[in-house]
Structures are given as C-alpha cells and as structure tokens.
Design a protein around this ligand. Structure first.
Ligand SMILES: [Zn+2]
Length: 164
C-alpha cells in the first residue's frame, strides 16, 4: 500500500479514528527517524470531543509550563468510517435497549452525541467542523495551527482539506 508522506512537520498532534485502517502511524509511516513523532489521539470517528480538547489543552499548555508546545494539530477523517453508517439516534437506541431503559428514557441516551456524521456531511465538511471546534476553544493558544485531512484507505492517500 502506498503511503502518503507526512505533510506538515509542525503537526505535533494527530487526531484520527480508532479504526485499525485509519492508523496515522501507518499511513504517514511515523518512525523513530521521522521529523516529528506526534502524539496520536484516536477515538470513534476521529472526532473532536471534549476529551480531545482536554488532551490538546494539556499538551499545549500544562506540559510546556504555559508555553505552546504544539505547533499544529492535524484532524483526519477517513472514507468508509463505520460511524457514517449510524446516526446518533440509532446508537442511542441500541445503547438504551442494552441498558434496559424504557421508552421514555431512551431519549436521554439518544440525545447524547456519539460523533456520528450527519447523513449529508461530506468528509471535508466534518473535518472542517472539527477544525473549527479546536480553533474556537478559548483555552488553546491563539497561534495553534489546525490542519484538516481526509484519508482514503483504498489508495493510502491523505488530502489536505485546509488550514485554520
Ligand atoms: Zn472510522
């Protein structure tokens, strides 16, 4: 499989999906000799959640005694992501059933955000949404660069969506 060259050496943190097919260490071929060895955060969908922001805040502030230790953050969403097949409502229903919640309570689970992509969202659109969440966080350095990418596992290529 062809690998994309890691496109931005300033990116010291990468957010990607937990799907084994969307592993930045593989598609960008990070190694001990790479120009950077970024912190890689992975979750369902590679979505920017409150916990993702917490980790960026810690790395970009606390770890550097208040100085920005993160030059840039890369957000990667991948084609064929399993979360594209489920709505948040459907995930909530399934979890509500598992927990044995009665009909009235399932709505509480259904109201949670599981990071599903809305049906009409393109990969580029969801990447931009998550980039904007990072950029809007008041606890992150103003000069933190946020770079968005899509990843296509069938070609092994990443494509830059934009930079904020
Ligand atoms: Zn995925």
């Amino acid at each position: 499989m062809p690998f994309s060259a890691f496109p931005n050496v300033k990116a010291t943190m990468v957010i990607s999906c937990m799907d084994p097919r969307a592993n930045p260490n593989e598609f960008w071929a990070f190694s001990e000799t790479s120009p950077v060895q970024p912190a890689v955060l992975r979750n369902a969908g590679g979505r920017v959640t409150e916990d993702t922001l917490r980790s960026i805040r810690v790395l970009s502030g606390i770890m550097g005694n208040g100085k920005n230790t993160v030059g840039a953050v890369a957000v990667v969403h991948h084609a064929d992501c399993g979360l594209r097949n489920f709505s948040d409502e459907r995930v909530g229903e399934l979890l509500g059933e598992r927990a044995g919640l009665d009909e009235g309570k399932k709505g509480e689970v259904g109201g949670m955000w599981f990071g599903s992509f809305s049906g009409d969202a393109t990969l580029e659109k969801s990447v931009r949404e998550d980039m904007e969440k990072i950029k809007a966080d008041p606890y992150l350095p103003r000069d933190l660069e946020v770079i968005g990418y899509t990843y296509d596992g069938t070609t092994g290529k990443t494509t830059e969506v934009g930079v904020l």
